[in-house]
Ligand binder design. Structure first.
Ligand code: 5AD
Ligand code: SF4
Length: 491
């Protein structure tokens, strides 16, 4: 294993974490070199396509991946491409992939396969696979061997070298594959971003993860935690506001450990406090918070500012202490519920969401019952539920199951049913109440044409005028379903 240096915090798990090297930002020279490749590609496509070259970018997985795709899109625009949603019109198709569950990987490979025919019939199409799935050695080998129509592949570390790899492919006429880079990683500053949306923006504050939850591939494919400079984050934040965005989501695999790689000279609560003090009409969200690192100081800062949504995505994964231990999560059910209580003390109306895994190796129904207890106690606004997926290379991949896939599925269905009932109960309780909401688009429901999200994060489809899109308004809830609220704009 390539890690050396400090040991991860859990003594049972012999995972070595390299904390010796500090991640560095991309240098001016590195950025200029890549821009020079973009210019050359632009020239090549100008000759080939006369200014009509089109790029299709397909993104899988988490918000961080979507944020990475905004960099890929920025680079493609610098190369002279126009973005398209139609892969059949594209001259280059980029698949930015996720490795978190096997299902996500199968889906990508299926969609990449759909373009094979176009290549076979002689279309001048370039196919690129990048991101977390591509970063894995065994996946690179599989694609090299079994997917000969994939022209370019790069992992998360080499993302900023996309123009160079593309140029190499175009000029040397051979496949360009690069999953190099070490787990210390780099901090990507200075790359041109093309944001996907108006109104809502993502703002990564850190990259990577040091936690090595035993089921999770992320630390292996995204490397060690590295925090962006506070000054860079504040500058981006102000730029986003200046561009008219109303909601900013701060991103990190575990935002609560922001600054840990810099001796916490600024911790996450300090950063949030500083950002939320910036003048303007906006709301801040953030994800993800690891329960082992969530602090009272954070809750105090959240309570202090109207500009911070009273919403917390706090994944608990399992309610069983035995399973939590085996997952290397670093907290118990009691400690987790204590955190929920503490957050509610400061913010009585706070909304919670969470991630849960069902069927982790060794889990039996008695463990699962404890998961249900947490779900019923906390009453989440939103629950992201997953059946455990074995990830080669992780510690849990070597652990044995004691129940069958059918038993896992039955537990999973039971969890969905419990959450569905809670969703309906919580949503029904809101009928008649009025909330501040951000009108963020159209809902495509003809009776409730506006899509709006209230502070806690729940969707309220609303009657109202489309001129309100992009503005904060007040919405009165008139109807509820398990997954959505319905209402009308009242001011
Ligand atoms: N199997 C199932 N779910 C997983 N997650 C992470 N790794 C796995 C896995 N191997 C879930 C966790 C995490 C969310 C982003 O994905 O719940 O919080
Ligand atoms: Fe994966 Fe755990 Fe890191 Fe989240 S905190 S990315 S679940 S290792």
């Amino acid at each position: 294993m390539f890690f050396n240096g400090l040991r991860a915090y859990h003594t049972d798990h012999i995972v070595e974490v390299n904390m010796k090297k500090t991640a560095t930002k991309l240098t001016k020279e590195e950025l200029e070199l890549q821009r020079s490749f973009s210019d050359k590609i632009k020239e090549i496509y100008k000759n080939k396509k006369n200014g009509t070259a089109k790029a299709f970018v397909d993104t899988y997985g988490c918000q961080q991946n979507f944020a990475d795709s905004e960099m890929i899109k920025g680079m493609l625009i610098d190369m002279g491409f126009e973005l398209t949603d139609d892969e059949n019109q594209a001259d280059i198709a980029v698949f930015n992939t996720c490795a978190i569950r096997e299902h996500a990987e199968m889906r990508v490979l299926g969609n990449v396969g759909k373009l094979k025919q176009r290549k076979k019939s002689g279309d001048d199409l370039v196919i690129v696979v990048c991101g977390c799935m591509a970063q894995q050695e065994q996946m690179k080998d599989k694609i090299l061997k079994s997917y000969p129509y994939v022209d370019i592949l790069f992992g998360t570390y080499a993302l900023y070298t996309f123009p160079e790899l593309f140029y190499e492919y175009l000029t040397e006429k051979k496949r360009a594959f690069d999953i190099s880079g070490d787990e210390t990683g780099r901090i990507f500053e200075g790359i041109h971003l093309e944001r996907d949306r108006s109104i809502k923006a993502n703002l990564p504050i850190m990259y990577g993860c040091n936690n090595f939850c035993t089921y999770c591939i992320v630390p292996y494919v995204r490397g060690r935690e590295r925090s962006r400079d506070k000054e860079d984050i504040i500058r981006d934040f102000k730029d986003i506001l200046k561009a008219g965005y109303k909601e900013i989501t701060l991103l990190g695999q575990n935002v609560n450990s922001y600054g840990s790689d810099r001796g916490y000279e600024t911790d996450f609560a300090d950063l949030l406090d500083e950002l939320a003090s910036i003048e303007g009409d906006y709301i801040i969200r953030f994800m993800t918070s690891h329960p082992k690192d969530a602090t009272e100081k954070l809750f105090k800062v959240m309570a202090k500012h109207d500009t911070i949504a009273k919403q917390l995505h706090l994944p608990f994964q399992s309610g069983s202490d035995r399973i939590l231990e085996s997952m290397n999560r670093g907290y118990t059910k009691e400690k987790y519920l204590g955190l929920i209580d503490m957050a509610r003390k400061y913010m009585p109306d706070i909304s919670f969401s969470s991630d849960v895994i069902v069927g982790f190796p060794g889990e039996v129904y008695e463990d699962f019952e404890k998961t249900l207890e947490i779900v019923k106690t906390v009453k989440y606004d939103q629950l992201f539920t997953f059946i455990y997926s074995r990830r080669p290379g992780t510690k849990a991949a070597l652990m044995e199951d004691v129940i069958t896939a059918e038993e896992k599925q039955k537990m999973f269905d039971e969890l969905l049913k419990v959450q569905q009932d809670i969703g309906l109960e919580r949503n029904t309780a809101e009928i008649g109440k009025t909330f501040k909401t951000l009108v963020d688009g159209e809902s495509f429901d003809e009776n409730f044409p506006l899509s709006t999200h209230i502070e806690g994060g729940r969707l309220v489809k609303a009657k109202g005028d489309k001129s309100l899109i992009g503005k904060f308004a007040r919405v009165k809830v008139t109807k509820a379903s398990p997954h959505a609220l319905f209402g009308e704009i009242v001011e």
